[in-house]
Design a protein around this ligand. Structure first.
Ligand SMILES: Cc1cc2nc3c(=O)[nH]c(=O)nc-3n(C[C@H](O)[C@H](O)[C@H](O)COP(=O)(O)OP(=O)(O)OC[C@H]3O[C@@H](n4cnc5c(N)ncnc54)[C@H](O)[C@@H]3O)c2cc1C
Length: 423
């Protein structure tokens, strides 16, 4: 078993496979701890996965927070994470520098062999497999980046977990469905007197110096260590995406953010960095004859809120279950169950999310939806539960009913996502 990439998706997959007793090698091109561009926000969904992997108590220095403070159209609402039978009512903020190595180490402790500083250069392709969506992959040519040496790593199954650019996945034949949304985001760090607040904060209408709403949204996530993570994001479905410049948007947001956060050139800790957010399962296929694609490499980010860490852990875990069954004798048919597991977990929800994102890409619709929503704390609390995928399976409360209504509407739309997941 070879896993390419040691981010949340690859490390979780390696952990669950090694924990089940399988022989796993993970290659990661960087050395941990390493810097990774992110908002550094863990929702209750991520916390649940970290707890299941037995590492929640190792999140030293992580800042515990209890909900979202949403700002928009002159209103501010503070909404706590809901009580839920499966998820905690809190999240953490922690830099990826400090987080990612913990899960990789957990995988290594469970028995995975981790090659850090080792880049997978290209897949070793076998014969094209009949009827499979991706060619057979016999392993990878890898390079030890320090020694400069190259060698081949062969494996029966290969997990593609190399993140949003996914060069390795694309060399195998994955591609993005451009009709589905993609995000673009940028973040930087500031020192701030409000660094240890118990809320993460979002701004739904960023205004320029003239008071005009500009496309995009902003966040300020307190890290509890003197710093805050400040960022902005934009969606490809927004007509204004093409001309948008995230660096400029970031400057506008920093000017616009409440002065009490103290975001000034003096408190800025360095230039911001950004990246793409492939979402809504828009990248695929997810299964080949002996390959599975997880996390950002498979476009697993939640389009509703741009959250990708939890979905990296979750898809890594789902893939590990299918690869384990394939290794146990189920072969290609068992591996193909990964597609079914993904569809079961996400197809309906992401269809609704993709439709919602298209809707709010229209500035008038944002103004209407957010403007109306922000007048009701109750309504926004229900929306928070839907957007962070924290609805209760055991209850039919307002959030669940609202979601079912959105689902019914989304089902009337053309179904490119289901086609992608069942391709
Ligand atoms: C600005 C920004 C803010 C965000 N904020 C949040 C947030 O607050 N909360 C949240 O949940 N999500 C957030 N996300 C999304 C989140 O960062 C991703 O969804 C998440 O990192 C996906 O995990 P992954 O394991 O799939 O990929 P990655 O985390 O990208 O991991 C891939 C790993 O593979 C390695 N790699 C790549 N190519 C190779 C190769 N050829 N050989 C070996 N190794 C390789 C990389 O070095 C990397 O370590 C944000 C994204 C951006 C861009």
């Amino acid at each position: 078993m070879l896993v390419v990439g040691g981010g949340p998706a690859g490390s979780a997959c390696a952990y669950w496979l090694a924990d089940a007793g399988w022989d796993v090698a993970l290659v990661e091109k960087k050395h941990f701890p390493r810097v990774k561009t992110c908002g550094d926000g863990l929702t209750p969904r991520s916390v649940r996965q970290l707890a299941d992997m037995g590492v929640e108590d190792q999140l030293e220095g992580a800042h515990r927070y209890y909900g979202l403070r949403a700002n928009g159209f002159g209103k501010t609402l503070e909404m706590r994470w809901p009580e839920h039978p499966h998820f905690p009512n809190y999240g953490y903020t922690i830099t990826r520098h400090d987080l990612d190595g913990i899960v990789v180490e957990r995988a290594a402790k469970a028995g995975a062999t981790v090659f850090q500083g080792t880049e997978a250069l290209a897949p070793i392709l076998g014969e094209p497999a009949e009827g499979a969506a991706l060619p057979e992959c016999q392993g990878a040519t890898v390079r030890d980046r320090e020694a400069g040496t190259e060698r081949e790593l062969r494996a029966r199954y290969v997990v593609v977990a190399d993140g949003s650019l996914s060069r390795f996945g694309r060399a195998l034949g994955t591609s993005r469905d451009r009709s589905l949304p993609q995000g673009m985001a940028i973040r930087g760090y500031y020192t701030s007197p409000r660094h240890d607040e118990p809320w993460i904060e979002s701004h739904l209408d960023i205004r320029d110096a003239e008071g005009t709403v500009v496309p995009g949204y902003g966040w300020i996530f307190p890290l509890g260590d003197g710093r805050v993570n400040v960022g902005v994001g934009l969606l490809s479905t927004d007509k204004r995406w093409k001309g948008a410049n995230t660096t400029k948007l970031m400057e506008t947001f920093v000017q616009y953010a409440p002065t009490s956060w103290g975001l000034t050139p003096e408190t800025c800790l360095g230039p911001p960095t950004g990246g793409r957010l492939p979402m809504g399962m828009a990248v695929g296929p997810h299964v080949g004859s002996n390959t599975v694609v997880v996390g950002d490499a498979g476009g697993s980010i939640n389009p509703f809120n741009g959250e990708g860490i939890a979905y990296g852990y979750e898809t890594g875990r789902l893939a590990a279950a299918s690869v384990g069954e394939a290794l146990a004798g189920g072969g290609r048919e068992a591996l193909a169950l990964y597609d079914e597991r993904l569809a079961h977990a996400y197809a309906d929800y992401y269809k609704v999310a993709n439709a919602f994102v298209r809707l709010i890409s229209n500035p008038q619709a944002v103004q209407l939806c957010v403007g109306v929503g922000m007048r009701s704390e109750w309504l926004m609390t229900q929306l928070l539960r839907i957007m962070s995928n924290l609805m209760r399976p055991d209850a039919l409360g307002p959030a669940e009913v609202g979601y079912r209504a959105m689902e019914a509407v989304a089902h009337l739309l053309p179904d490119t996502l289901s086609a992608r997941l069942s391709a």
